[in-house]
Ligand binder design. Structure first.
Ligand code: CTP
Length: 436
């Protein structure tokens, strides 16, 4: 019997332990069994505090009441619920932090068709562990013991020897149909292997190799969802590299070569991508694509209009960069020329080009645009131009553009210089009228 309550104490912050205590108290009142399951057990055993809590309970009619009462007790909220008895809770831990908790009924799953979503039924904790992907995810920690089991708080239940696999740093599926039942698990295998630095156990690798073509059985939405999870990982470049190397992405994208993704092996998660992370990485899939392949990528992954905009702009920009390469690297190129050339292209598409082009001069000018030119603002506004004597109309916009170009080219440094530029312009206009 392995009791891991001291590992829990060492790894989990006090606020998290308090949450578990509150859940245990409630399980006593409601007379349900309670287990910590999945990724958080794996992480506790690895000495990491990186996961949200996944908590399973038994009893098919109490989950909703349990979720709402626990959320209330902890001053949190149930943020979503599903008909399968799973609830997401968000509870405050500290001033600015919330801990997400997934609360679910123990369940069993059966797959009627490869790649389809499973049929779900309620089950016991062993059935719940049996339905999981890898041995290291098929362990649980008892929070409240079932009456007839004699288990205690903190006891590790490990029917598939996941702890040994953790120690040996390897990923192992529970049975040889695992990837056929659910081919998304092949993406998960590579994701965890790269995240944790774990090997793929030999028979699991063979199972992977013989199952890889089943990936075409899953919907584009599910594959995109798996890719989105990969884009959130620190070792994103390495994961994509491995997905190509092990034949998973090539098996799925039959009409699009993914070989070039191997070049981005060393690219890591970057905070700066923020809201455009998914578009950036999806764009990398498209850097060498022609129109037909773009269409294929878009349809296969059911891309959103934001995502389509990026890949379409990327393709157009790549084409323009190729066509204008000579003039873009010329010595007399002005900063305003760079601005005029790139204005209107999607910024994420420009970022992708900057990150991937092998032409150093082009890379530099794309970076100048992203890091400096787009952040250049005038002191004067259209209103100011009218106050200085310009009449309302399209000339205002044109003059603002001329001002900006002059500023980008270093001709205007202060507000006074901008005012002088406008005055000179108005004088020249009047001069023109006088001459007429
Ligand atoms: N699971 C599975 N097959 C899938 C997806 C999930 O068997 N295709 C199981 C896994 O065993 C996992 C659990 O469902 O433990 C919850 O999945 P998820 O929340 O995606 O992963 P975590 O294990 O919590 O790991 P992490 O959040 O660190 O990725």
């Amino acid at each position: 019997m392995k009791i891991v309550s001291s590992e829990m104490k060492n790894v989990l912050p006090t606020a998290h332990l308090k949450i578990l205590n509150a859940a245990v108290d409630l399980s006593q009142q409601m007379d349900t069994d309670l287990y910590l399951v999945g990724g958080c057990v794996r992480d506790i055993m690895l000495g990491l505090n990186e996961s949200e809590f996944d908590i399973d309970l038994t009893g098919s009619s109490i989950d909703r009441g349990f979720a709402t009462t626990l959320a209330e007790k902890l001053n949190g909220a149930v943020t979503s619920s599903s008909v399968f008895g799973t609830h997401k809770l968000s509870v405050p831990v500290g001033l600015d932090n919330n801990l997400e908790i997934d609360l679910a009924r123990c369940r069993s799953e059966t797959y009627k068709n490869p790649g389809a979503l499973p049929d779900v039924d309620s089950g016991d904790i062993f059935q719940d562990l049996d339905r999981r992907d890898f041995s290291i995810a098929a362990m649980c920690i008892v929070l409240r013991s079932p009456k007839n089991q004699g288990w205690q708080y903190g006891q590790l239940i490990d029917p598939h020897c996941g702890y040994d696999d953790l120690i040996n740093k390897q990923l192992r599926v529970l049975h040889k149909n695992s990837f056929i039942d659910d081919p998304t698990r092949m993406f998960r295998l590579i994701r965890y292997s790269c995240r944790l630095g774990f090997d793929i156990e030999e028979s699991t690798r063979k199972t992977f190799e013989s199952s890889v073509n089943w990936v075409t059985n899953i919907s584009g939405d599910r594959v995109r969802h798996e890719l989105e999870k990969i884009f959130e990982e620190k070792e994103v470049g390495l994961i994509l590299y491995t997905c190509v190397k092990l034949g998973l992405l090539p098996a799925f994208f039959t009409e699009l070569s993914c070989d070039h993704l191997k070049e981005f092996r060393d690219m890591l998660y970057s905070d700066s991508l923020d809201q455009d992370r998914v578009e950036f990485w999806l764009g990398l899939f498209a850097i060498n694509a022609d129109k037909t392949q773009l269409e294929y990528l878009s349809q296969t992954l059911n891309l959103s209009s934001k995502q389509n905009n990026v890949i379409n702009d990327l393709c157009a920009l790549n084409e323009q960069l190729k066509q204008n390469e000579e003039s873009l690297v010329a010595d007399n190129l002005k900063r305003s020329d760079i601005y005029k050339f790139l204005l209107g292209y999607n910024l994420t598409a420009i970022r992708i080009c900057a990150a991937t082009t092998s032409n150093k001069s082009i890379k530099t000018l794309l970076e100048i645009y992203l890091n400096s030119l787009i952040n250049t603002n005038l002191y004067l506004s259209g209103e100011d131009l009218i106050s200085l004597g310009m009449s309302k109309g399209p000339e205002i916009g044109e003059l603002l553009n001329d001002l900006l170009y002059a500023k980008l080219d270093g001709q205007l440094e202060s507000a006074d210089q901008e005012i002088q530029f406008v005055k000179d312009h108005i004088f020249n206009l009047k001069d023109g009228i006088n001459l007429d």
